[in-house]
Design a protein around this ligand. Structure first.
Ligand SMILES: [Zn+2]
Length: 77
């Protein structure tokens, strides 16, 4: 599937599979290219360390998703 990436603005192939479960994963796979997703993967490691976030904690997960939405410029659904 070809998508217009919300982060880099280029028309590219989308992700082959949703990278996350649920509606958020669907949003990412409809709006973000593989390169930008890879960049987020690398950035998220730094971000998680920087804020001392624990993905196992619900509030922390929500913070990570919030930062991810910002980073990827995901449009509101
Ligand atoms: Zn992109």
């Amino acid at each position: 599937m070809t998508i217009v990436c919300s982060r880099c603005g280029m028309t590219k192939d989308g992700l082959e599979a949703a990278p996350l479960p649920g509606a958020l994963g669907a949003r990412v796979s409809h709006h973000v290219c593989q390169e930008c997703w890879n960049e987020w993967m690398q950035t998220s490691i730094r971000t998680i360390n920087h804020y001392g976030l624990q993905p196992a904690v619900k509030e922390h997960r929500e913070k990570i998703f919030e930062l991810m939405t910002e980073f990827l410029k995901l449009p509101a659904e």
